[in-house]
Design a protein around this ligand. Structure first.
Ligand SMILES: Nc1ncnc2c1ncn2[C@@H]1O[C@H](COP(=O)(O)OP(=O)(O)O)[C@@H](O)[C@H]1O
Ligand SMILES: [Mg+2]
Length: 361
């Protein structure tokens, strides 16, 4: 197997990135980053969250050396970032948000051999690495396929494979779970957790609040003004509803179904509150339970399915939070059980969707 052990962080506190007050504006005048400062130490796993357009991808491009900030300073491994140095290219790898950007070879196999061949490794070692990656990501069946006719999720896995094929110490992941089915998402999270344990430094940009506790030690929140508005543990960030609302990462609104009303915030946290005693809606001024009796069964099921789907994700997050509490209290077995429940819960999203499609409406 490819050794996923990190070459850099053998127990000492090396700073991988030191970003000081960088700003970046695209040529057409679109601002992407404003006075961003950040430190990343070896072996850390950091998540960067923020609404669409807040600057997450731009930050990763800058950390990968693809873009240079117009102002501010960025150091990598203790020296000004030099993306042309062979050493930097061997140590840092970026998974692009859009995997199509990353894939260009005639087959998945060639794609996975490309990075190691650029490192000048012997042919035998190149092929061993490519085989290991196929196995690690469960994509052996795609070996001879052309990357251009894979599904979005398959492409994402292959792109992840190309990132890992050079065995980088620092991995930059841009929206790694986007486009993956629920099971692949869980597998990818497990992979990131494995890379973390192997001591890799990982920076993940995501707007999926549901994964940040699983995969990171620290979370940086971008505001829509392209500045960092909070940096804390994932748990503290998830609890900070004011900041999440400000960053446009959650929204608060009341739902008005036919026979009950509930109001809640949509985030990874389970904090909605049902009000079953029923505020009659304008369209049905009768007492709600009577109105409910007149709703055809299928219609009730449709409403319920919508509701279950909506909250399944939040429930999974609650289980993860309680798993963390159980872990902190020293009950590792219970923590593992709750994590497993969370993983299983996420998997049934697809089943809900199928049932919902079957009913239609
Ligand atoms: N190639 C580009 N040219 C012009 N503007 C861009 C380009 N890429 C991103 N932007 C703009 O920069 C801002 C930040 O984008 P981005 O870093 O992609 O944010 P995020 O990854 O958080 O969605 C947005 O306003 C976006 O429209
Ligand atoms: Mg992005």
């Amino acid at each position: 197997m490819v050794s996923l052990y990190c070459n850099l962080c053998r127990g000492y506190d090396l700073e991988i990135f030191r970003v000081d007050n960088i700003s970046y504006t695209y040529k057409d005048g679109k601002k992407a980053l404003d006075s961003v400062a950040l430190r990343v130490r070896a072996g850390e796993s950091l998540t960067v969250i923020g609404a669409n357009g807040s600057g997450k991808s731009t930050l990763l491009y800058i950390l990968d050396g693809i873009l240079q900030p117009q102002s501010g300073e960025i150091k990598a491994f203790g020296a000004p970032l030099n993306d042309e140095s062979v050493e930097f290219r061997q140590k840092v790898s970026l998974l692009f948000q859009n995997p199509q950007v990353q894939l260009f070879s005639l087959s998945v196999w060639d794609e996975l051999c490309f990075g190691p061949s650029q490192l000048g490794l012997p042919q035998e070692e190149i092929e061993r690495r490519a085989s290991d990656i196929l196995e690690l990501l469960g994509i052996g069946h795609l070996k001879d396929r052309g990357p251009w006719n894979l599904s979005g999720g398959e492409m994402k896995k292959v792109a992840m494979g190309t990132c890992l094929s050079i065995n980088p110490d620092v991995i930059l992941l841009d929206e790694p779970t986007t486009g993956l089915d629920p099971r692949s998402q869980v597998e990818l999270i497990d992979l990131i957790v494995g890379l973390r344990k192997a001591g890799k430094t990982i920076i993940t940009a995501t707007h999926d609040l549901g994964i940040i506790q699983d995969i990171s030690d620290r979370t940086v929140v971008f505001g829509e003004d392209h500045r960092i508005i909070l940096e804390d543990t994932p748990w503290e960030v998830l609890k900070n509803t004011d900041i999440l609302l400000r960053a446009n990462l959650m929204h608060k609104h009341p739902h008005r179904h036919s026979w009950y009303v509930h109001e809640h915030s949509h985030t990874g946290l389970h904090e909605h509150e049902h009000i079953p005693e029923l505020i009659p809606s304008e369209s049905s001024p009768e007492r709600a339970p009577e109105a409910a009796q007149r709703i055809p069964e299928m219609e009730k099921l449709r409403i319920l399915l919508d509701h279950w789907m909506e909250h399944n994700h939040e429930h999974a997050e609650t289980y993860i939070q309680w798993a963390e509490k159980a872990g902190t209290a020293g009950d590792a077995t219970l923590a593992e059980m709750l994590k497993e429940i969370a993983a299983e819960t996420k998997k049934i999203d697809a089943l809900f969707e199928r049932a919902r499609k079957k009913i239609g409406g």
